[in-house]
Ligand binder design. Structure first.
Ligand code: NAD
Length: 318
C-alpha cells in the first residue's frame, strides 16, 4: 500500500460531508466516483462540491494558475446506480462512506459492499461517533477499515480524527495518515470510544448550550458571541449547529446516548421540536438563525419555546 498510488476514490453518500470530501479529493488531484441512494442529491451535491472548489480557488489558490475548478470538476462523476458504482470501485484505492449516522445502516452497507470490492482497497468512514470496531467487523477485511472523521466544512478544516480500533492493521493506519497528509490535512489519532475525542467533549457542551437557550438563559446571538468574543471560538455553538444540521445533531447525540447512557447526551426537547418544524439549519434555510444560502439573515427568536415551569412542559403538545 503506497500512499502515492492513490488515484481514484469512491464516495458513498453525497450529503454535506460527502460533497465536501469530494472537493478535498479533487483538490488533491484524485479522480472521484460518487453515489447516493437519493437521486435528488446528485445535482445539489455537485453544486456544493463546485462551490467548495470555488472557495478553495479564492482563498487558497488565488495565485495558482494551475488550480482550475472546471478541470477538477471534470474528474468527478456521480453514477446513477449502485451496480455502476460497484463497477467503478474496482479501480479505486479508497472507499469513503459518508451516509447517515446510523450504525445499522452503515454496517449493512459495508456488509453489502465489501465482498464486491478489490481486496486491497482501504475503507474509510466519516462517522462522527459510532463504534468503529463494529463497522470494521461488518467488512470482509476489518483490518483495512478505519474511521476518518473529517470536520465540517471538511475542505476548510485541517484536522481529521483518525479512529484506531483494535483490529486495524498498522499498515492501513499509516497509509491513511500518509494519504491525508498528502491531501494537505493534519490528521490525529483518536480512540474508538463513543464520540472519539472531538464529539465526546463537544456534544454534551453543545446540548448544554441548547438547554440554556431553552430555559431562556441566553439568546442565540449572545450565546454565540459569548464563545467567540471570550474564548476565541471561530463561531458559536448555534451557528455551528446550523452548519452541522439538526438531523445530524440528533443522530449523533442519540447514538452516543444509546452507547453511553450519559443523560447529557439525550437530545434536548428543542432538537425534537426543530426537526418537527424542518428547521434543520443551513440545509433548510432555518435553524437557530434564518439563512439565505450561507449568509445569516437574522437570529431567530426562541422565546416561544422557552420552558418556564413544569405546567408548560405538560402542555407542550407537539
Ligand atoms: N454534518 C456534519 O457537520 C458532520 C461532521 C462530521 C461528520 N459527520 C458525519 O458524516 C456522515 C454524513 O453526514 P452528513 O452531515 O453529510 O449527512 P447528510 O444527511 O447531509 O448526508 C447523508 C447522505 O447519505 C445518503 N445516504 C443515506 N443512506 C444511503 C445509502 N444506503 N446509500 C447511499 N447513500 C445513502 C443520503 O441520501 C444523504 O444524501 C455521518 O456519519 C455524520 O455523522 C457529519
Amino acid at each position: 500500500m503506497d500512499p502515492k498510488n492513490v488515484k481514484k476514490v469512491g464516495v458513498l453518500g453525497l450529503g454535506k460531508m460527502g460533497a465536501d470530501w469530494v472537493a478535498n479529493c479533487l483538490e488533491a488531484g484524485f479522480e472521484v466516483i460518487g453515489f447516493d441512494v437519493n437521486p435528488t442529491m446528485f445535482e445539489k451535491s455537485k453544486k456544493q462540491t463546485g462551490e467548495d472548489l470555488e472557495w478553495l480557488k479564492t482563498k487558497k489558490y488565488a495565485d495558482d494558475e494551475f488550480f482550475n475548478v472546471e478541470a477538477r470538476m471534470g474528474k468527478y462523476t456521480i453514477v446513477e446506480s449502485e451496480d455502476v458504482f460497484i463497477k467503478e470501485l474496482q479501480s479505486c484505492q479508497i472507499f469513503l462512506e459518508c451516509i447517515f449516522e446510523d450504525i445499522e445502516l452503515k454496517c449493512s452497507m459495508l456488509q453489502k459492499f465489501t465482498p464486491l470490492l478489490p481486496e486491497d482497497i482501504i475503507l474509510w468512514s466519516n462517522t462522527s461517533s459510532l463504534n468503529v470496531l463494529a463497522m470494521a467487523d461488518a467488512c470482509v477485511k476489518p483490518e483495512n477499515f478505519i474511521g476518518t472523521h473529517g470536520m465540517n466544512p471538511v475542505y476548510q478544516m485541517p484536522a481529521v480524527e483518525v479512529v484506531r480500533h483494535k483490529k486495524v492493521a498498522e499498515e492501513a493506519l499509516q497509509f491513511t495518515l500518509d494519504v491525508l497528509k498528502n491531501m494537505g490535512k493534519k490528521p490525529f489519532v483518536a480512540s474508538d470510544v463513543s464520540g472519539f475525542w472531538v464529539n465526546k467533549h463537544l456534544m454534551p457542551f453543545m446540548y448544554d448550550a441548547y438547554r440554556a437557550l431553552e430555559r431562556g438563559e441566553i439568546t442565540v446571538a449572545d450565546g454565540d458571541w459569548g464563545f467567540k468574543g471570550s474564548l476565541g471560538h471561530p463561531q458559536g455553538i448555534f451557528k455551528l449547529s446550523d452548519f452541522i444540521g439538526m438531523d445530524t445533531m440528533y443522530r449523533v447525540g442519540m447514538a452516543m446516548y444509546l452507547s453511553t447512557q450519559d443523560p447529557r447526551l439525550y437530545p434536548p426537547l428543542i432538537v425534537f421540536r426543530m426537526i418537527a418544524r424542518n428547521e434543520l439549519g443551513v440545509k433548510t434555510g432555518k435553524g437557530f438563525y434564518q439563512w439565505d444560502g450561507y449568509k445569516i439573515v437574522k437570529e431567530r427568536d426562541f422565546s416561544d419555546l422557552t420552558i418556564k415551569d413544569s405546567n408548560e412542559i405538560i402542555n407542550i403538545g407537539s
